[in-house]
Design a protein around this ligand. Structure first.
Ligand code: GDP
Ligand code: MG
Length: 144
């Protein structure tokens, strides 16, 4: 099934110049970019996006990391895009992520882990709405 999913290239990905490598992996896996923007995450957007970890002791540190520079938000489209992106990313803790995964190859630790990817099709729909207006999303697949 063709799905869309939300990816964020986090501040470390931009600072370490890994955006090209990361996007290449998504494209090489058959995903295509259907939305793209660079943005500084506002407090409200971040609080919604990370609502599931807001009560954790590390939230202030995570907030400051995620606002330390702009992020690049990508909407990716493709067959099973949500699960495919999660597989390519690897687990949350970069130190435990296998080599060959994005986090395993480019990440530092549990927080500084290169990318965000939606964790379910339902969350992908909500997250794409949070980061993109409908007019900022495009569809190209049908044209090839
Ligand atoms: P993800 O879906 O793999 O990104 O992980 P979660 O949804 O569980 O957590 C969201 C983000 O919070 C992660 O990507 C990390 O950047 C950060 N995070 C998760 N767990 C920890 C932790 O134990 N400590 C710190 N400092 N950050 C964490
Ligand atoms: Mg998550």
């Amino acid at each position: 099934m063709i799905e869309r999913t939300l990816v964020l290239l986090k501040p470390d990905c931009i600072a370490d110049r890994h955006c090209g490598d990361v996007i290449s992996r998504f494209e090489a896996s058959g995903l295509e970019i259907v939305g793209c923007k660079m943005m500084l995450l506002a407090n409200e957007v971040l609080a919604e996006h990370y609502a599931h970890v807001m009560d954790r002791p590390f939230y202030p540190e995570l907030k400051s990391f995620m606002q330390s520079s702009p992020v690049i938000a990508l909407a990716l489209s493709g067959e099973n895009a949500v699960a495919l992106v999660r597989d390519l990313m690897g687990p949350t803790d970069s130190r435990k992520a296998p080599k060959g995964t994005i986090r395993g190859d480019f990440g530092k630790d549990t927080m500084v882990n290169v990318v965000h990817g939606s964790d379910s099709p339902e969350n992908a729909v909500l997250e794409l709405k949070r980061f993109f207006a409908e007019r900022e999303l495009f569809e190209f697949t049908a044209k090839r």
